[in-house]
Design a protein around this ligand. Structure first.
Ligand SMILES: [Zn+2]
Length: 104
């Protein structure tokens, strides 16, 4: 990824189409808002735990993906084995360790 778009500074592969990222400057996005602390320090290599975080971020993300998928309304019928989700989707993250009165 050593090709830089002259319009949006996107990094691209050498065989990517010239207008693929921003339609040759026709699409202009608002600048991203910096993430809140402590995430900003972790991502910008400024915090003491930043190297560990950036080295293992994929493993942490894999641990939490689809772990606690929830929705405000789930529709199930007996005919199909799938579920339909209607409304807001959210994640419920509990403690990483079992509570004192729970078994593993
Ligand atoms: Zn571009």
């Amino acid at each position: 990824m050593n090709i830089v778009c002259p319009h949006c500074n996107a990094l691209k592969f050498k065989n990517e189409a010239p207008g693929l990222c921003c339609a040759n400057g026709q699409v202009k996005l608002t600048p991203l808002v910096p993430p809140p602390e402590p995430l900003h320090s972790l991502l910008s290599r400024n915090g003491p735990d930043s190297n560990h975080f950036l080295t293992h971020i994929q493993q942490y993300n894999n641990c939490f993906q689809m772990r606690s998928f929830g929705a405000t309304k789930v529709i199930r019928d007996n005919f199909m084995s799938t579920s339909k989700i209607h409304g807001q989707i959210y994640h419920r993250t509990g403690s990483l360790s079992p509570m004192p009165d729970e078994d593993y």
